[in-house]
Design a protein around this ligand. Structure first.
Ligand SMILES: Nc1nc2c(c(=O)[nH]1)N[C@H]1C(S)=C(S)[C@@H](COP(=O)(O)OP(=O)(O)OC[C@H]3O[C@@H](n4cnc5c(N)ncnc54)[C@H](O)[C@@H]3O)O[C@H]1N2
Ligand code: MOO
Length: 408
């Protein structure tokens, strides 16, 4: 059976990074930049007042003084006067500092703020006080966004400051999620005898969205060739189709054969891991009707199998199409907080609480009884990899972990 690392290699070889496109900056949040962005200007573009007050030249001032106010400049205005000894220019926050001035006295620090004259004490001034110098924040020629960087709101704001109203990005892949199974009912219904709610669909949509990509739920397909075929046809119009259920050895596990009928070529089926062993992956190549390939994951129906396979393989695939490095590269080292015995011969991706403690990560396995135990896994924010071995894993050993969720 395929190993997890062989499965990663096959996914990497099969998925081609998407072509670059140019979009308005307003549509770029969350996307990956397809090029380096180099600043074409200094920021601020001029020496700038950071407080409402009076611009002065500190060198001219020897003692506590009175100065004559010769001009008033608000943000957006350009200074007209130049400073003479014994004068000051009133400035508002954001205004360009007049030539020859090098500090701003805050209006609160002026002793007698009269219409055209001010007085203040020498200790309220020093060169550069309340001033941001030209280029102090950013210099022309600096790389401010690296190719391959995800554009979160701080970088979007910086690109706006730079006037990049259009940016080159890797487009967001489209993802469809389809649950399969006769036993499933929608989550707003009460299951009848032998039935359960379709929790995997909502879970997978949330997981994909946690990776910064929108996913469209397609509902439930019954374990029936015609119903599977018609639902799958819709899903195959996306860049990714995530299926859950129907990939192991049961009489109604029809997913692989219906996918084959629809021209989806199997890349692998079954990986030596727990949970998630029956995972299926394939591709419907681009053809006359479809300009782009569709990559299909048949995720095992057990909720935690689907969850773990999505965290490992689907997220790796999403990163690959966005031309990003990703899992397994994102594994980290953590100190195990309690002894753990691995049963069986498959590497186990075990749900765990990963926390930051002082200067290191620690990992505590949650109480979990297997791939159908969603309640146990719901206490986890990540997973520990336990590779099989005879000896028990000891408390304080260093293990490989993946954090699923950054904020908890
Ligand atoms: N003879 C064998 N039996 C099984 C094997 C095997 O190798 N040989 N593998 C086991 C493993 S491991 C897993 S995992 C499951 C995966 O099976 P399927 O992908 O075929 O999934 P189903 O049989 O359809 O369902 C399994 C389980 O999950 C529940 N389920 C399915 N869909 C959902 C959903 N959308 N939301 C919530 N729960 C769902 C379903 O009711 C079943 O309880 O197969 C083992 N069997
Ligand atoms: O490996 Mo399965 O995924 O045990 O439930």
């Amino acid at each position: 059976m395929l190993s997890v690392s062989e499965a990663f290699q096959l996914i990497e070889q099969t998925i081609l990074p998407a072509s670059v496109c140019e979009v308005p900056l307003s549509q770029a949040a969350g996307r990956v930049s397809a090029c380096d962005v180099i600043s074409d200007s200094d920021s601020p573009p001029f020496n700038k007042a950071l407080m409402d007050g009076f611009a002065i030249r500190t060198l001219d001032i020897q003692d506590d003084v009175r100065l004559k106010v010769i001009e008033r400049i608000t943000a957006g205005e350009v200074p007209q006067c130049s400073l003479e000894p014994g004068t000051a220019i009133q400035v508002m926050t954001g205004a360009q500092l007049p030539a020859g001035t090098d500090a701003v006295i805050r209006i609160e620090d002026v002793l007698t703020p009269e219409e055209d004259e001010i007085s203040f004490t020498i200790d309220s001034i020093s060169p550069g006080r309340n001033v941001m110098s030209r280029g102090e924040s950013m210099q022309m020629g600096e790389v401010v966004v690296a190719c391959g960087e995800r554009l979160a709101f701080p970088k979007i704001a910086l690109l706006a400051e730079l006037g990049r109203s259009k940016v080159s990005i890797i487009p967001q892949p489209s993802v469809a999620v389809l649950a399969t199974g006769n036993e499933l009912v929608p989550i707003d219904q009460t299951p009848g005898p032998g039935q359960i709610r379709n929790s995997n669909e909502t879970m997978l949509v949330a997981q994909v969205e946690n990776a910064g990509v929108k996913a469209v739920p397609l509902g439930i397909a019954r374990d029936d060739r015609d119903d599977l075929r018609s639902h799958m046809k819709t899903g195959l119009q996306s860049d990714f189709l995530l299926l859950s259920g129907g990939v192991s050895a049961g009489v109604l596990d029809l997913v692989p054969s219906v996918l084959a009928e629809l021209g989806v070529q199997q890349v692998f089926h079954k990986v030596h891991m727990k949970p998630g062993k029956p995972i299926w992956f394939g591709v419907r190549p681009a053809d006359a009707e479809n300009s782009r390939p569709c990559y299909v994951f048949g995720l095992p129906g057990n909720p935690v199998s689907s969850m773990v396979c999505c965290e490992l393989f689907v997220k790796f695939a999403l990163n690959r199409i966005e031309n990003l490095p990703g899992l397994p590269a994102e594994s980290r080292k953590a100190r195990l907080r309690q002894a753990h015995l691995v049963k069986g011969d498959r590497p186990v991706y075990y749900p765990a609480r990963i926390t930051h403690n002082d200067h290191e990560l620690t990992a505590t396995p949650v109480r979990w009884v297997g791939s159908a135990d969603l309640r146990g896994a719901s206490e986890a924010n990540g997973m520990i990899l336990f590779t099989p071995r005879d000896a028990e894993y000891q408390e304080n050993e260093i293990v490989d972990v993946w954090k699923w969720i950054e904020i908890i």
